[in-house]
Design a protein around this ligand. Structure first.
Ligand code: ADP
Ligand code: ADP
Length: 232
């Protein structure tokens, strides 16, 4: 069964006559170990769909399923634990604290989870090593290049050994070569560690590297593609 699923979800924004459906009856299943791209033009509802799957927001109608559980049945505490420990997040805008060190940024999910300082440091450094950034641990995040920042973000996403990484336009702020490197890292995490990838993108080449593509237009699914032999 899928690790995550959306069933007929609807999400509206605005009030009164300005109210409109950002998502209007979208269904989607994400299987363990899969890489899935949510593809569409700007404003089509991709990020809204990702936010709902990641339990960052709730739908107005329909269900978000986490395994066999309807997300509505989860307590606030369970949702917070899942977001922090089962999910990793990689956003176009990085969302790093520029005036904290690289290591402090990476261990933030562990700090939130109440992990002790010694273990935080060990796990943070291990995550930084995987991204070949351990020599930058004490640098302030503000001083890094864009590609380094996104690798710090990926290290932060990895520090809790997540089951799923959600990536919203992960290469949107990077030049082509740096973006390709970040993509390679994400797909190697998927292939080597079995981390499920949910990627929001309007980049057809990035989308084509995923096992499955879901096309969204005006809040509805308009098609999907299974990429036979999709490879990193
Ligand atoms: P995409 O990720 O495909 O660019 P979004 O899911 O971000 O699309 O947005 C879908 C639509 O919903 C857009 O018209 C956007 O302006 C609107 N929208 C997104 N988030 C909000 C919000 N918090 N409040 C009001 N409108 C929103
Ligand atoms: P059909 O099999 O009837 O052509 P699809 O499910 O393949 O339907 O696609 C339906 C819609 O999804 C297309 O009209 C298009 O808008 C979108 N779509 C499908 N494949 C692609 C693609 N490779 N790139 C962009 N959009 C696509």
């Amino acid at each position: 069964s899928p690790v995550l699923a959306a069933r007929g979800i609807r999400k509206s924004y605005g009030r009164g006559t300005a109210r409109f459906d950002a998502l209007d009856g979208v269904s989607l299943e994400v299987y363990a170990g899969q890489s899935i791209a949510i593809v569409g033009k700007s404003g089509s509802g991709k990020s809204t769909l990702m936010h709902l799957l990641a339990l960052l927001d709730s739908p107005d109608a329909g269900e978000v399923m986490v395994g066999d559980t309807d997300a509505k049945e989860l307590s606030v505490k369970q949702v917070n634990r899942m977001r922090n420990e089962d999910f990793g997040f990689v956003f176009q805008q990085f969302f790093l604290n520029p005036n904290a060190t690289v290591l402090d940024n990476v261990v933030l999910p562990l700090t939130i989870a109440g992990v002790a300082a010694g273990e935080r440091k060990a796990r943070g450094m291990a995550a930084l090593q995987q991204l070949e950034l351990d020599d930058k641990a004490k640098n302030m995040a503000v001083n890094l290049s864009g590609g380094q920042k996104q690798r710090v973000v990926i290290a932060r996403a990895l520090v809790n050994n997540p089951k799923v990484i959600f990536a919203d336009e992960p290469t949107g702020n990077l030049d082509t070569m740096t973006g390709a490197l970040v993509e390679d890292i994400l797909f190697s995490l998927n292939k080597d560690k079995g981390i499920t990838l949910v990627i929001v993108t309007h980049d057809p080449e990035l989308a084509a590297r995923c096992d499955r593509q879901i096309f969204i237009r005006d809040g509805r699914e308009v098609g999907s593609l299974d990429n036979a032999g999709a490879a990193a």
